[in-house]
Design a protein around this ligand. Sequence first.
Ligand code: GDP
Length: 541
Amino acid sequence: TNVNKIPNEIKTNTNEGDFMTMTIQKEVNKRKTFAIISHPDAGKTTLTEKLLLYGNLIRSAGTVKGKKSGKFATSDWMEIEKQRGISVTSSVMNFSYQGAQVNILDTPGHEDFSEDTYRTLTAVDSVVMIIDGTKGIEAQTIKLFKVCRMRGIPIFTFINKMDREGKEPLELLEEIEEVLDIETYPMNWPAGMGKRFLGIFDRYEKQFVKFNGNEEETYIPFHELDQEVELVSQPTFEAARDELELVEEAGDEFSLDAILQGEQTPVFFGSALAPFGVQTFFDTFISLAPNPKPRKSTEGVIQPDNQEFSGFIFKIQANMNPAHRDRVAFLRVCSGKFERGMSVKVARTGKVIKLSQSQQIVASTRDTIDEAYAGDIIGIYDPNVYQIGDTLIGGKGKFEYDELPQFPPEIYKKVTAKNVMKAKQFRKGIEQLVQEGAIQLFRGHRDESFILGAVGELQYEVFQYRMKNEYNVEVLFETIGERIPRWLNREQVDPSLFDERNLLVRDREDNFLVLFRNEFALNWFKDKHPKIDLIDLFEVN
Ligand code: GDP
């Protein structure tokens, strides 16, 4: 219902607060905020491009990757991205589609991803997982998927590249169920693949979508299929129909509840490139994907249609545009209405800040936005007052959203400045880059050395590049390698128990932890010192 069309008698009976709530409710119910996750080369760019086409955000395909074409030079912010032709930073795309307000959060597709990638998942309400049908589940999918499972994020699966010979559909479903430990429900069933690909049985709309080898799709209702003699007489078609029957009898029942709990994933077969089955997929996704949910805070659950504006910062990025040496904090709106120029309070510090400069980070153009609701992501100028995980509140409320999960670094390195005279800039640079959260800082207990921990090797490259370009400090790394971090209770700390193999370090809050060399060293220590508690603070391992 359109709020403007509410009859006057209701308007007069409704106080302004109720009216405001209704407006917010209506906006929240339109929001679909999701991330697309996949292993590199599975087809994320190709699929995203098609979705943007449907959303009229771009006019022709090929503009997302062809970074020169202006509007979608999204990832060109940093020189390093250009050099390596990859996207280091996650960006946000938003458009309206069939009455929904769609927010797509991009996650870096490169093997080297960072904590940012993980954290992006805290800001979405669902994810689309793309699997290359010729390869099945690949390493990176598993990692990101685990985080989704742990957080109960609904997952929609798109099995791509049906126009190529790949694994059998049943085999792919089994793989998903086994490797990722989730129920599957095929929303459609493919008839053939590669050169023999005929199309898909759309179980949701009860129609066969015929693949004509071009962008055109023909829809044939199931009950009219027998008239399509040429189609149904093909062995591939018959075989697929038999298989589908088997799936209907033996497979899991469709359960929207289970989907929304992240316990069942609806699976769509198609081809992002053709494109085939993409529009059906997207339409179904839009109708099933959840709207922004209430979020837990220190003061209980906050409803998305709560009148008071609130949100949390899940990412901070410096100097995205070399022309402006600024920092941008990415905020996920969780309740109320954001308006440009409004004042908000940083819950952690109590500091009040006027949000005069807010941008929706869409591609390289930073469109200024005037209002936003729960589910929306906005970039706000950061005059060095925000931290990752900060809660911002528009009214009098005093609460903080649940802490964002910390992820264990996979590679540790000791870092020093090449030129000792640059100690001051070195510290400043480290401090600011660490605050952005892509890299973690520890201090060696013995020598106060600076030890960095990151999820991927790329973070070190970015760190090195930025230290040089933004702080004018050349840094040197000394690799420590993979380690297993365990925290200690302060009163149990005994430095004499540790050495270079099992490094005793402090985190930024001055808590003690040990970087164990490997599983063996950890277990050995446990056996030897059963009384010392070793605490694992990371949610995902
Ligand atoms: P990303 O790394 O996940 O973003 O993958 P891209 O979208 O860049 O796709 C990787 C390669 O796979 C490109 O060469 C695409 O043209 C190709 N590709 C993507 N989707 C399909 C598809 O449905 N069928 C076929 N045959 N190739 C595809």
